[in-house]
Design a protein around this ligand. Sequence first.
Ligand SMILES: [Zn+2]
Ligand SMILES: [Zn+2]
Length: 173
Amino acid sequence: MKDFDKLIETCLSELDKTGIKYGNVTKWEINTRAKKRWGQCRILPNGKSFEISISKRLLDDALPDESAKSTIIHELLHTCKGCRNHGSEWKKLASVVNSELGYNIKRCTSPAEQGIFGEKAVKQVKYAVMCLKCGKIYERERKSKLIKNPHRYRCGICGGKLGAMFPTDDKKS
Ligand SMILES: [Zn+2]
Ligand SMILES: [Zn+2]
């Protein structure tokens, strides 16, 4: 498993380079249960500090560091002023990060962002695979060929390799 603390540290110092002022995160958590989201940012009852959790799946050594790092930064951007949803402020900062640090952070259209900060709940999805390069999530209702063998397909956006997000019957070949 990847060193979560080290990834956080790297992300914070990268963000510092851009001059973006993020909020005070008092708790970082590895979420071992969430299957439908990569990360989550919650504001604490004091209204000032935040709690961020990242899916344990992203800390798998088989994934590039960028998968976890872009999620960490995505969530950190939610701690910025006016950025609790994916509105114009959040998008502006995401594009700064993307152009200055070479990330590909965008608003997820997936259950990854479910329910937090007033985002619309997404319909229940049984299966999904994720692009290991850009983070695009492909959801399927049925156990399609894509779900069964994600390694045989490439991301439609960036051409990156795909990896299973939910348990699949993916046979290593
Ligand atoms: Zn988000
Ligand atoms: Zn991609």
